[in-house]
Design a protein around this ligand. Structure first.
Ligand code: PMT
Length: 220
């Protein structure tokens, strides 16, 4: 019985990795487990939110009583967000979409030949940048998976993607980022305010992020 401070709010939350096929039997992906995004969806639901979870492939059980949209590729994630964006109040981009996909997906299994296999990749759409450009009153929260120059890179992403704030995780630290139940983050807002948080459960961090969103909403 926590606060029901997200009642009448539609939240679109993206989670997990995307995958991009290389040929009929192989694909590329990354280490995202979906835990951060699913924790946000679960906690937002508990707080009364109308949650749509758009998720890449994970091994997690989604929270009950929310709309779940399963996607594979980054372009599918973009299309799924497009369908939910107009009437949502909050978009949280906790997913780790692949920035590139193979330029050509082979119709037949790629055969083993030379020692070195060369492939070309083409840029995927930047989902957040797209919605950052067209957003009206929506609050948009991004994540940044960084290994170095964390503040600088996160600041650049806030501007480029028009986030209200960004949650930067140093994925090179133990207990932070991909796969773990915990995270260590720095939250930076669009005015340049910086807050460092110690190691904590993703569930607790989800509530800190939701608190910040509620605060922003009561200010506007
Ligand atoms: O899933 P877990 O195992 O729990 O791990 C959590 C996490 C590390 C995946 C999560 O905390 C996280 O950092 N998610 C963002 C990872 C990422 O894609 O970071 P980025 O710096 O490449 O992207 C910055 C932002 O743009 C992110 O909000 C991302 O969702 C978004 N993005 C990225 C690429 C793309 N083509 N479109 C996007 O919208």
């Amino acid at each position: 019985f926590g606060p029901k401070d997200l009642e009448n709010q539609k939240l679109v939350i993206t989670a997990g990795p995307t995958i991009e096929p290389l040929d009929p039997v192989r694909y590329m992906t990354n280490f995202s487990s979906g835990k951060m995004g699913y924790a946000l969806a679960e906690e937002a639901k508990k707080r009364g939110g109308d949650v749509v979870l758009i998720t890449g492939p994970t091994n997690l059980k989604p929270p009950t009583d929310i709309k779940v949209v399963n996607i594979n590729t980054t372009r599918e994630m973009l299309n799924a967000v497009e369908k939910e964006f107009n009437d949502c109040q909050i978009l949280i981009k906790a997913a780790a979409p692949l920035d590139y996909r193979p330029n050509v997906v082979s119709n037949s299994k790629i055969k083993k030949k030379n020692d070195i296999l060369e492939m070309k990749f083409i840029k995927n759409p930047d989902i957040s940048r797209h919605f950052g450009k067209i957003k009206k009153s929506q609050i948009m929260v991004g994540f940044a998976a960084e290994t170095d120059n964390i503040i600088e890179s996160a600041n650049e992403k806030i501007k480029r993607k028009n986030f209200d704030f960004i949650v930067a995780n140093d994925v090179s630290k133990e207990g932070a980022g991909f796969k773990t139940d915990t995270n260590i983050v720095t939250i930076i807002d669009k005015n340049g305010n910086i807050e460092n948080y110690p190691l904590m459960q993703k569930k607790k961090l989800a509530n800190i992020i939701l608190d910040k969103i509620v605060k922003l909403k009561t200010k506007s």
